[in-house]
Design a protein around this ligand. Structure first.
Ligand SMILES: C[S@@+](CC[C@H](N)C(=O)[O-])C[C@H]1O[C@@H](n2cnc3c(N)ncnc32)[C@H](O)[C@@H]1O
Length: 236
């Protein structure tokens, strides 16, 4: 399961659109050389390494030992810690930047995590949260009703599937100012990056033939999937 996720994230990370989205998130963070930034739910650590390469004092945090182990192996010079976003060990006002990419939906308590973000950021510090809205994921199919049902069931298995559309309001509720929101549409014409989700969605009595149809579309160059992505940012 974790290996499937890592493989899917690696493929996604390499897409030009994903490279551009990360670059935009760093721009919105606005961290200068030597400024302390925490990447929460850092996964395999790519953003931490990229921020460090820009001179930022970046640090990654993730509650998954597999993810933190992989991040440390991939980027031995970077700083990674094991732990959840809901209970940070950082002192009040000790960070200039806080970033969470494709993470809020997976958290146990995103409201508590954003309260922690507000606590650890210094006045004037920046927060950037981004991620896909699972309620808006769409896949082309000859059976739209079945597709809708499978994708809805997939979303129901996620702790906070629609949190992307709430992210602006959550930052406002957590007391951030200058809150801004941007949107992107991620479009996939190959199943590869979405395969992890397609397999999970097809875990249903009617799922096997649906997945076979999607794989056949992919082989014929006819796969089409899309997901709305929301980037919300604010100032402490
Ligand atoms: C879809 S991955 C995204 C990883 C990385 N941010 C990226 O963009 O590739 C979601 C990550 O959130 C982490 N996560 C789950 N619950 C969390 C929590 N409560 N606090 C921090 N991270 C969490 C998972 O362990 C996983 O590494």
């Amino acid at each position: 399961m974790v290996n499937d996720l890592i493989h899917a994230l690696d493929r996604l990370d390499a897409m030009p659109e994903a490279v551009d989205l990360r670059r935009r998130s760093y721009e919105l963070l606005g961290a200068g050389a030597g400024e302390a930034v925490l990447d929460v739910g850092c996964g395999a650590g790519l953003a931490v390494a990229e921020l460090a390469a820009l001179g930022v004092a970046a640090e990654g945090l993730d509650p998954s030992p597999e993810m933190i182990g992989l991040a440390r192996r991939r980027y031995p010079g970077a700083e990674f810690h094991l732990g959840p976003a809901e209970a940070l060990l950082h002192a009040d006002g000790s960070l200039r930047g806080y970033r969470a990419d494709k993470v809020l939906h997976a958290m146990t308590d995103p409201v508590a995590a954003l309260a922690e973000a507000a606590r650890v950021l210094a006045p004037g510090g920046r927060i950037v949260v981004l991620g896909q809205d699972w309620g808006g994921i769409a896949v082309d199919s000859d059976d739209p009703a079945l597709t809708r049902r499978l994708l809805a069931a997939l979303a129901e298995g996620i702790p906070h599937p629609m949190i992307a559309r709430s992210s602006r309001n959550l930052l406002l509720d957590a007391g951030f100012r200058d809150v801004e929101v941007e949107g992107r549409l991620a479009v996939f014409t190959e199943a590869g990056v979405m395969m992890h989700l397609l397999r999970r969605a097809s875990n249903d009595a009617d799922g096997a033939s649906w997945l076979a149809d999607q794989l056949d579309r992919d082989e014929r160059g006819r796969f089409f999937g899309m997901a709305p992505v929301v980037i919300a940012s604010g100032t402490r």
